[in-house]
Design a protein around this ligand. Structure first.
Ligand code: 4AD
Ligand code: MG
Length: 477
C-alpha cells in the first residue's frame, strides 16, 4: 500500500512477476526473450506496411529505440509521431536489420496525443543546432539533445566520483557573495524587490544584506577557507558572469568544478596541480566514453576529428609549457593572428587554438604567467615576483578549459595586493586565513563543465551543452 502511494510499486513489480515493466536501456541490455514486457515511451517513427506496423519507441533511457511490431489493423487511430504510449507484448528476436530484439505487441495504449502541426521538429529529420536552440523547452525530445543530457549527467557523476575516490570533501560554496573573486567586474548584483522585506530600520534603498551582494563568479575563496581544515576540498556549482561577449564559449550562467588542495607550494606544487587537472580530465573522459558509448558515438559520427582528439588526449601526457615559451612560439607565428601576441598580455582564443594545434593537436598547460594577467590571489614566484605560479589548460578546438594556480600565502605580500586592489575591507577574512596562524600554502583550479563537454563531444557552440543557456539578451524560459 505504502509503496503504491510512493509510486515505487511498478518498479518493484517489474522484477518480481512474469510481466516486466522496464526502461528500454535495461530491456535492450538484458534481452529477456519470450517474456511479457511493458514499456512506456514516445513514438519516434512509424512504418506502416500492409500486414504489420513498426514503431520506434524511445523512453530517454538510452540512445537506441525499441522496435515494436503490431498488426496494422490493431494500430490505434490516435497514434502518431511523438504520441506517448504504453506497450505490452512479448520480447522476440528480430529478423530485421538494425536491432537484435523487438517487442511483438499485444496491446498499445495511447497516453498522450501525437504532436500538432506547429511542432517544430519533424520525424526522422536532423535539425541544425541553431534551429533546435530556439526551443529550449522542447529540445530534450530530439535525439542529439537527449544524448547530450545523458552525457552531461554522467560527466557530473564521473567528476564527483573522481574527487570522492581521491579523498576530496565536497563543499557547498555560497551562490550569494560579497566578493568578485576574479576581480573582473563581471558580477550580477542581488537585490530584494519586496519593499516590505527590507527589514527593521531599513529603507527601500538599503540592501537586504546591508551591503552590495552578487551572484558568485567562483567559489574559490570560500574553498580556501575550508581547505585549511580539510586538506582537500571541491565544489560543483553554477557560476555567473556578466560577460560582455557573445562567443561560442561564454555563458552568463555556467557550471564549474573547483578543487583546492593544501600543502602545495613552489614549482613542485604547481606540477602536482597540473597532475591533478590532468587526472580528473582523463579519468572522467574515460568513464563517460565507456558508460555512455552510444551517446558519445552519436556525436563523434558527425565530427570524426573529435574522436581523434580525445584519443590523443587520453594516450599521452598533456604538454607543459611556460608562458614565456608559449609567447615565443606565438611571436614566431605572429603573421597568423588578428591580435598580435605581446609579452605581458593575456592569450586570446586564436592564440590558444594555435598552441594546441601547433604542438600536435594535444592538450597544453601554459604555466608561470605574468602577474598582471592574473587575479590578486596568485602566488608570486620566489625568483621573479612579477611572475605567478598560475596555470591554464588549453584543449584543442575549445581553448581554455581550466584555470588555477597556487595562492599567495605570505601575509605581507597578500596584504599589499589586497590594498592595491582596494579589497582589504571586504576580504579581511581572507587575509585572516593566513594571518591568524595555521595558514598553509594551497593551490587549486576551476574547470568549466560546458567547455569540457564541447571538447568531449565536438560541440562548436557552448549553448548546446546546457539545458537552458543564458547569455546576453537571452534568457528564454
Ligand atoms: O579561469 P577562471 O576564471 O578561474 C576561476 O574562476 C578560478 N577562481 C578557479 C579556481 O582556481 N578555483 O574560470 C575557470 C574556468 C575557465 O577555464 C572556463 O572553463 C570556465 O571556468 N569559464 C566559463 N565557462 C563558460 N562561460 C563563461 N563565461 C566562463 N568563464 C569561465
Ligand atoms: Mg581563466
Amino acid at each position: 500500500m505504502m509503496f503504491t502511494r510512493l509510486g515505487l510499486w511498478p518498479t518493484l513489480r517489474c522484477y518480481s512477476s512474469s510481466c516486466r515493466s522496464g526502461r528500454i536501456s535495461a530491456i535492450l541490455r538484458d534481452k529477456p526473450l519470450h517474456q511479457t514486457i511493458k514499456v512506456n515511451g514516445w513514438v519516434k517513427a512509424i512504418r506502416r506496411q500492409k500486414e504489420r506496423t513498426f514503431l520506434d519507441v524511445d523512453d530517454g533511457s538510452c540512445c537506441q529505440k525499441l522496435q515494436v511490431v503490431l498488426p496494422s489493423e490493431k494500430k490505434p487511430p490516435a497514434l502518431g509521431f511523438h504520441s506517448s504510449v504504453t506497450v505490452s507484448g512479448i520480447l522476440s528476436l528480430s529478423s530485421h536489420k538494425g536491432q537484435e530484439v523487438e517487442l511483438v505487441a499485444n496491446d498499445v495504449q495511447v497516453i498522450g496525443e501525437p504532436i500538432e502541426e506547429t511542432y517544430p521538429f519533424k520525424a526522422r529529420k536532423v535539425h541544425p543546432p541553431d534551429y533546435v536552440r530556439q526551443f529550449p523547452h522542447l529540445r530534450a525530445r530530439t535525439n542529439s539533445f537527449s544524448s547530450l543530457l545523458r552525457v552531461r549527467s554522467q560527466t557530473k557523476l564521473a567528476i564527483q566520483q573522481y574527487f570522492n575516490s581521491e579523498g576530496f570533501v565536497n563543499i557547498d560554496t555560497p551562490i550569494i557573495t560579497v566578493n568578485d573573486c576574479e576581480g573582473g567586474g563581471e558580477v550580477f548584483s542581488v537585490q530584494c524587490l519586496d519593499p516590505d522585506n527590507t527589514g527593521p530600520g531599513k529603507t527601500q534603498d538599503s540592501p537586504y544584506f546591508g551591503q552590495e551582494t552578487y551572484l558568485s563568479v567562483s567559489g574559490q575563496l570560500h574553498l580556501e577557507a575550508m581547505v585549511s581544515g580539510l586538506s582537500k576540498v571541491y565544489n560543483f556549482n553554477p557560476a555567473f558572469r556578466a560577460e560582455n561577449s557573445q562567443t561560442r564559449r561564454h555563458l552568463a550562467e555556467f557550471w564549474m568544478v573547483e578543487a583546492e588542495e593544501a600543502f602545495l607550494s613552489g614549482t613542485e606544487g604547481l606540477h602536482s596541480l597540473m597532475d591533478r587537472i590532468e587526472g580528473v580530465i582523463k579519468t572522467s573522459m574515460e568513464t563517460v566514453i565507456d558508460v555512455q558509448q552510444e551517446d558519445v558515438a552519436l556525436y563523434w559520427r558527425n565530427n570524426n576529428k573529435t574522436e581523434e582528439l580525445i584519443k590523443n588526449a587520453l594516450n599521452q601526457q598533456f604538454v607543459r609549457l611556460p608562458y614565456c615559451e608559449a609567447m615565443k612560439l606565438l611571436q614566431q607565428h605572429s603573421h597568423l593572428f588578428q591580435t598580435k601576441p605581446s609579452p605581458g598580455s593575456n592569450l586570446g582564443k586564436e592564440h590558444e587554438l594555435f598552441l594546441t594545434k601547433h604542438l600536435g593537436d594535444v592538450p597544453v598547460f601554459v604555466s608561470d604567467w605574468p602577474r598582471v594577467t592574473k587575479a590578486f590571489y596568485m602566488c608570486s614566484q620566489e625568483e621573479d615576483p612579477e611572475m605567478v605560479l598560475a596555470v591554464d589548460l588549453l584543449l584543442p578546438q575549445v581553448g581554455e578549459v581550466a584555470g588555477g594556480g597556487l595562492r599567495e600565502y605570505r601575509v605581507p605580500l597578500l596584504h599589499r595586493r589586497l590594498q592595491q586592489c582596494q579589497l582589504l575591507d571586504k576580504l579581511g577574512w581572507y587575509l585572516d586565513l593566513r594571518r591568524l596562524g595555521g595558514g598553509t600554502p594551497s593551490g587549486g583550479f576551476g574547470f568549466g563543465l560546458e567547455r569540457f563537454l564541447q571538447f568531449l563531444l565536438g560541440i562548436s557552440n557552448i549553448k548546446d551543452t546546457i539545458p537552458f543557456p543564458r547569455w546576453m539578451n537571452h534568457c528564454l524560459c
